[in-house]
Design a protein around this ligand. Structure first.
Ligand code: PLP
Length: 264
């Protein structure tokens, strides 16, 4: 089995170490442990939280090792990247989630293979998605993205726009709204980050009265997933804590994000 693996390049080794499989296993175990402890602190059951590993920038041949380490759901930010990895990994049973902003011209690609979309924030895209899903006779789980940090640059609905949005979603039968999603303030100061999570939970408690299926909260990343779980997250989207630091600055993925480094 080991013999089938693509040999690691010097770049791979620099980024993922000489034994990525073992590192991924160890990192995953550490994240699992932290999730379990956060659940215990919050008086929640472990199964109430789903870990969605975010695989963006990790090359396909390395993702084979992640798969071997037990990671079978991949969260990708960009459609094009997801599509090319899916082609390279077509022999593996992977669930694909798209967690980032969707350009309208990528809608028809997404609907072909994704199981979940975490960043729905426009009715125009909801309409286009619904139409394509209809044609392909598929359904899609969606999370409505809310801007909880008040930063201009962030995608997501203004909290005031959420209720009417959620009501309108009912006219798109191919979309299965599951809950809300947010990107919290990008800061290492949890006193500033946590209110984003609290706000999303409050909004969920409100919208769930309009649509009983909107129970989920997709919030929390490598730097703040424990706080998110304490505030009620049902899905945490974790990349770097499993796969190591990304070489690309996050502004590459989140337009308007000026930071060049990781939170300190
Ligand atoms: C990259 C990304 C994450 C994960 O971030 P990490 O810092 O790698 O844990 C979560 N959500 C979205 C939308 C992302 O693009």
């Amino acid at each position: 089995m080991t013999d089938d693996r693509m040999p690691l390049s010097p770049d791979d080794i620099q980024r993922f170490g000489s034994d990525p499989l073992s590192s991924f296993r160890a990192n995953l175990a550490a994240v699992e442990e932290r999730i379990a402890r956060a659940c215990a602190r919050a008086g929640r059951d472990r199964p109430s939280v789903r870990l969605l590993p975010v695989t963006k920038t990790v090359p396909a041949h390395i993702l084979r090792l992640a798969f071997e380490a037990g990671i079978h759901s991949f969260g990708e930010n960009r459609i094009q990247e997801a599509v090319s990895k899916r082609e390279a990994l077509g022999d593996l049973a992977i669930d694909w989630s798209i967690v980032g902003h969707l350009q309208t011209n990528k809608v028809k690609v997404l609907t072909r293979f994704a199981r979940e979309f975490h960043a729905l924030d426009s009715l125009r895209r909801a309409d286009l998605l619904n139409e394509r899903l209809e044609r392909e006779d598929r359904f899609l789980d969606v999370f409505v993205q809310v801007n909880t940090s008040g930063e201009e640059s962030k995608f997501g609905l203004h909290p005031d726009a959420l209720l009417p949005f959620v009501d309108t979603l009912k006219s798109f039968p191919r979309l299965k709204p599951r809950g809300l999603m947010t990107l919290a303030l990008f800061s290492s100061d949890m006193a500033k980050v946590r209110p984003c999570f609290t706000l999303l939970r409050r909004l969920r408690d409100e919208v769930v009265r309009h649509d009983a299926k909107l129970t989920e909260l997709s919030m929390g990343m490598s730097g703040d997933y424990e706080e998110a779980i304490e505030e009620g997250a049902t899905v945490v989207r974790v990349g770097q804590a499993i796969f190591g630091k990304r070489p690309t600055p996050d502004g590459h993925y989140w337009p308007g994000f000026a930071g060049s480094a990781q939170p300190t």
